[in-house]
Design a protein around this ligand. Structure first.
Ligand SMILES: [Zn+2]
Length: 194
């Protein structure tokens, strides 16, 4: 019995083209947004990507993308893919464990209900997002699920900083393109409320 989650074929080549270190938050987010766009355009998953970096040096650990439909796995969101890839690569289940540098997760929007939990469990010390408002759901039709009303304060209480609105408009541009396309919005129960 085994579960296998894979990145798309193009991802390794794209990763290889990136510098080893991305010093600014804008550079890190730009790389993540590019992956989100490629994933949607190449029909290899939803318009979402995430990157794990060493917070202080900008050293790139890995960038992952949404793989729900290609891997037939509803939990294969970009954040879960990326955190799992980083943990496998570094050989740890806790990215904030003993001797680890502070790790940062950069995502092209606020994590959904599930990924918020994954962030909490991952050990990252910093969460950087392009935005947290209703734009994502309005532009794409995805249902992100119920988020804790004090989600940011709850992360802060646990030593996780939250930085918002990094390349907000660039992220929304990809969501708008997705919403304007005929791509499948893979909500659970097809989004039914009853
Ligand atoms: Zn998610």
């Amino acid at each position: 019995m085994q579960v296998t989650l894979t990145m798309p074929d193009w991802a390794s080549a794209e990763m290889a083209q990136l510098p080893t270190h991305l010093p600014t938050l804008e550079e890190r987010m730009a790389a993540v947004i590019r992956f989100s766009q490629l994933n949607f355009e190449r029909n290899t998953g939803g318009p979402f990507a995430a990157g794990v970096f060493e917070r202080d040096t900008g050293k790139l650990v890995v960038i992952g993308v949404n793989r729900v439909m290609p891997t037939t796995c509803s939990s294969a969101h970009a954040e879960v893919m990326t955190l799992s890839l980083a943990q496998q690569k570094l050989g740890v289940y806790d990215l904030g464990g003993p001797g680890m540098p502070a790790h940062q997760l950069v995502v092209n929007w606020r994590p959904c209900a599930m990924c918020y939990g994954a962030v909490h469990w991952s050990g990252i010390r910093s969460l950087v997002i392009a935005g947290s408002g209703p734009e994502l759901e309005e532009l794409t039709g995805f249902d992100e699920g119920p988020i804790h009303p004090d989600w940011k304060a709850e992360l802060n209480k646990r030593g996780v900083e939250v930085i918002e609105n990094v390349l907000h408009d660039e992220a929304c541009r990809v969501f708008r393109a997705f919403g304007d396309s005929d791509a499948v919005v893979y909500n659970g129960r097809q989004g039914a409320s009853t």
